[in-house]
Design a protein around this ligand. Structure first.
Ligand SMILES: [Zn+2]
Length: 144
């Protein structure tokens, strides 16, 4: 018996599909002239809003902003510093499996709860789901 993304996350098939659809759509906005790796992220906030972001590359390469970080900056800008993430869906237009990079895992952790779930394209072409604690088991926390 397998555990479905719906079972693990407690989110409906429709919600997961909507997040994926919005992540794919915003990936089309990506500024990725150097890598051509076009990524989109759709955040589901704990309050129900969906916020999207795409990757924005730079000629210096190291100044590139990932889709997840772009979306989180937008979410904080729109809804303030107390946002919490219920889910993060990432997608790309390159037809490849990809999970959030290490830097994004730490960025997502900052706004996560034990109920935050990450959806990403898996090796087999399906949408996989993981928890923050699985994706970043020893994340950095600073008391404040
Ligand atoms: Zn990243």
């Amino acid at each position: 018996m397998s555990t479905t993304p719906e079972d693990r996350s407690g989110l409906s098939t429709e919600t997961i599909a909507e997040l994926h659809k919005q992540a794919v759509a915003v990936a089309g906005q990506a500024y990725a002239p150097y890598s051509n790796f076009r990524v989109g992220a759709a955040l589901l906030l704990a309050t129900g809003e969906i916020v999207i972001g795409c990757n924005v590359e730079n000629a210096s390469y190291r100044l590139t902003t990932c889709a997840e970080q772009s979306a989180i900056a937008t979410a904080v800008s729109q809804y303030g510093p107390t946002i919490k993430l219920r889910a993060v869906a990432v997608a790309n237009l390159n037809g490849t499996a990809s999970q959030p990079c290490g830097a994004c895992r730490q960025t997502i952790l900052e706004f996560s709860t034990p109920e935050t779930w990450i959806f990403y394209p898996a090796e087999d072409g399906t949408i996989a789901v993981t928890s923050m604690s699985e994706m970043l088991p020893a994340g950095f926390h600073l008391a404040h």
